[in-house]
Design a protein. Structure first.
Ligand SMILES: Cc1ncc(C[n+]2csc(CCOP(=O)(O)OP(=O)(O)O)c2C)c(N)n1
Ligand SMILES: [Mg+2]
Length: 320
C-alpha cells in the first residue's frame, strides 16, 4: 500500500493544501474575497491522510475549517477558490463562501459553520447508507469545541445504537477561538466520550501523517467489516489566527506552545521522512511545487475572471 508513488501522491496532496491556504492568506489582503476564511495551516495531515484512504463513493461532511477536507476529497480547486471569491462558477454557485462548500460530484455533502451542525446530518446520512445498502462510509470532521454541543452526544448515541457506518474525526487543536480546552472541559481525553457510547475510539498525533494513515486504515476496515462507527481524535494545532489570514493577535496563545507545535509541522515532518527514505529529493520536490503553483495560479485566475451570480426576481424582492 505504501508504495513510492502512493507516498509521493500523499506528499503532493499534503503540500497542495498548505500552498493553497498560503495563497489564500496572501491574496486575502486584496479584499476581493469577501467571506471569512478559517485556514487549516498546521492541520493538513489529517485531511490529506484520511482522504487518501476513503473511497470516491464515501461521503464527507465538514465544518467551518473545511478547505483541506474539500480538496482532499477530490474537490475541484478552481471551484473552491471561485466560491471563496463569491463567483457563480464556485462549487456552491458563489452563494455559500468558504464556510459552505458543497460538491455532490465528489460526495462532499457539505461544510457548515454552525459548530457540530453537520454531525447529526452525517449520522442521518449514515442511516441512509444502511437503508440504501450502498456500503459507503460517511466521514465527518469537526473541532474539539463540537464536543461541547449536546447534539454530538445524541449523534454518537444514535450511531452506536443503530450500528451506522460513520467515521467521526475530531481535530483537537486545543482551542475554541481563543479559549483553551482546559478552560472549557474537564481534564479528560475527548475520544473517551465516544467510548462511553460504546463506540470504538482512538487518539493519535494529527501532525504525523503516517500515524493518521495507520489509525484511519484500522478504523475504515473496522467500519466496513463490523458495520459499526469509529471515532478518532487527532491532536493538532492551527498555525494562524482562528479566522483570517494573519498570525494570532499577540498574546492570544502562548509563544512557547506555538513554537512547540510549529516544530511538529506536518509538511516538514513528512518531507524529512521521505528525504530520509530517498523517496523524495530536491529535484522531485521542486517539480511538485511548480506543478501545484501552476494549478493554484490558474485557479485564482479562473475565480477572478468568473462572473458574480445573477440576482433572480425572487431574490430582488427579498432584498427590496
Ligand atoms: C453553535 C455555534 N456556537 C458558536 C459558534 C461560533 N464559533 C465559530 S468557530 C468556533 C470555535 C470552534 O472551535 P472548534 O470546533 O474547536 O474548531 P476550530 O476552530 O478550533 O477548528 C465558535 C465558537 C458557532 N459557529 N456555532
Ligand atoms: Mg478547536
Amino acid at each position: 500500500m505504501k508504495t513510492k508513488k502512493n507516498l509521493l501522491d500523499l506528499y503532493h496532496n499534503l503540500l497542495r493544501i498548505r500552498l493553497v491556504e498560503e495563497e489564500i492568506a496572501q491574496k486575502y489582503k486584496e479584499q476581493e474575497m469577501r467571506c471569512p476564511v478559517h485556514l487549516c495551516i498546521g492541520q493538513e495531515a489529517i485531511a490529506a491522510g484520511i482522504s487518501s484512504l476513503l473511497h470516491k463513493e464515501d461521503i464527507v461532511f465538514s465544518g467551518h475549517r473545511s478547505h483541506g477536507h474539500y480538496l482532499g476529497k477530490g474537490g475541484d480547486l478552481a471551484k473552491m477558490i471561485a466560491e471563496i471569491y463569491g463567483k457563480s462558477t464556485g462549487c456552491s454557485l458563489g452563494r455559500g463562501g468558504s464556510q459552505h462548500l458543497i460538491d455532490l460530484e465528489v460526495n462532499f455533502y457539505g461544510a457548515n459553520p454552525i459548530v457540530a451542525e453537520t454531525i447529526p446530518v452525517a449520522v442521518g446520512t449514515g442511516l441512509a447508507q444502511i437503508y440504501q445498502k450502498t456500503g459507503n462510509i460517511v466521514a465527518v470532521y469537526f473541532g474539539d469545541a463540537a464536543t461541547e454541543e449536546g447534539v454530538t452526544y445524541e449523534s454518537l448515541n444514535y450511531a452506536s445504537l443503530k450500528n451506522l457506518p460513520v467515521l467521526f474525526i475530531c481535530e483537537n487543536n486545543l482551542y475554541s477561538i481563543s479559549t483553551h480546552i482546559r478552560e472549557r472541559q474537564p481534564k479528560r481525553n475527548i475520544y473517551k466520550i465516544a467510548l462511553s457510547s460504546g463506540i470504538k475510539a482512538y487518539s493519535g498525533d494529527g501532525m504525523d501523517i503516517l500515524q493518521v494513515l495507520e489509525l484511519t486504515k484500522k478504523s475504515l476496515s473496522y467500519i466496513r467489516k463490523n458495520k459499526k462507527p469509529v471515532f478518532i481524535e487527532f491532536m493538532t494545532y492551527r498555525f494562524l489566527e482562528h479566522v483570517g489570514p494573519n498570525p494570532d493577535p499577540a498574546g492570544s496563545r502562548p509563544d512557547k506552545e506555538k513554537n512547540y507545535w510549529r516544530k511538529k509541522c506536518p509538511v516538514k515532518q513528512f518531507e524529512k521522512y521521505l528525504l530520509g527514505k530517498k523517496i523524495l529529493n530536491l529535484e522531485i520536490k521542486a517539480k511538485i511545487i511548480s506543478r501545484i503553483k501552476k494549478e493554484i495560479q490558474d485557479a485564482f485566475l479562473f475565480a477572478k475572471e468568473s462572473p458574480y451570480p445573477e440576482r433572480n426576481l425572487e431574490e430582488r424582492q427579498a432584498y427590496a
